[in-house]
Design a binder for this molecule. Sequence first.
Ligand SMILES: Nc1ncnc2c1ncn2[C@@H]1O[C@H](COP(=O)(O)OP(=O)(O)O)[C@@H](O)[C@H]1O
Ligand SMILES: [Mg+2]
Length: 368
Amino acid sequence: MLSGSELWLLRLMADRGLALLDASTLLMVVEERRELRVAASSGRVSARVRVLPMEGSALGALYMTGKALSLDRPRGQEATWLHELGLEARAVLVEPFSLDGQGGGLVIAAREDSGFRDPDRRALNAFAASVAQRLAAERSVEIERLRFGMEARERERTRWAREIHDEIVQGLGALRLKLANARDLGDQVALSTAVDTVLEGLGEEIDGLRHLITELRPAALDDFGLVPALEALARRAQAIDGLEIRTDIELGDGERRLDPELESTLYRVVQEALTNVSRHAKATRAVISVSERDGRVTATVTDDGEGLPDDGPSRPRTPAEELKGGFGVSGMRERAELVGGELELVPAPGGGATVRLTVPLAGRPSPA
Ligand SMILES: Nc1ncnc2c1ncn2[C@@H]1O[C@H](COP(=O)(O)OP(=O)(O)O)[C@@H](O)[C@H]1O
Ligand SMILES: [Mg+2]
């Protein structure tokens, strides 16, 4: 499948090719899973057909020859693939290109009222080569993006593994030890005291585990959507940390859903920003605001605390610190980048600090 940015690139190049060849129509056809797809077209005639099978179509047969072609006043057999595409032309040029090991495609240029000459053929040949080159470059960027995303997820799992180990496994281990010691003493009174202590401890571990599960994937996000989930987050921070928190959320009619990845990014960033407010800011108040304007979603958390330290929160942290401190500022940045957005930490007017996440909505998947 062609990615959004590959399609965009092909469209851009189709316009360029049209101008370059002074053609009336220029088509970019790309091989995709044993089919040929008109991925972009520019000019007067847009192809009526978008997809043709590789086997059993005249265009497929032409593609499989792997050769360039030039036709003047095409007739009969040689015009069959033009009919398949719904294209009428006085003259056509076809130039194949290949993406090493990953298929290839055709660039088709048509003119309605004059023929093509040798320089046109050479120009199209060079143009098709540059299409292939740009596509290959775009693909390697895509692969980089995927790898970056996977690494980020892996790092996050490592943090969770550490968290579960430190919080739960250690706690349970201590309880087991307590019980085993009491049993070995062989003293009934000591044993029954130990059982009481361990029962209480188990209750705490269960609470801790519940808390971790909520952190891992807030059910509120899936069940009720971003707005109620953020409001719940604000209420919790208010109750636990004694902060006075105002939410100012303008997202369509309040029922507006964004795609799951973006929702969870907004949630996580607000969550971490709030944690930082209660941990570091010495604030009494905070405002969470989320709005959608000019094709972007912006979320900010502003506090009235003592502001960011002079050396800035961007001091690189040691791996141990990375693992301990939630996902911190670097994690918020990483998440912002994964959704094509940006994260800023700036002084807030009148003291405190503002964390601002801005994400463009163009090209995002539709909400589930
Ligand atoms: N709202 C805030 N007010 C003041 N300082 C902050 C605020 N948010 C972050 N910081 C500073 O940025 C540092 C880095 O934050 P972070 O990366 O989340 O790490 P951690 O919270 O584990 O210390 C904090 O240690 C703190 O000094
Ligand atoms: Mg933090």
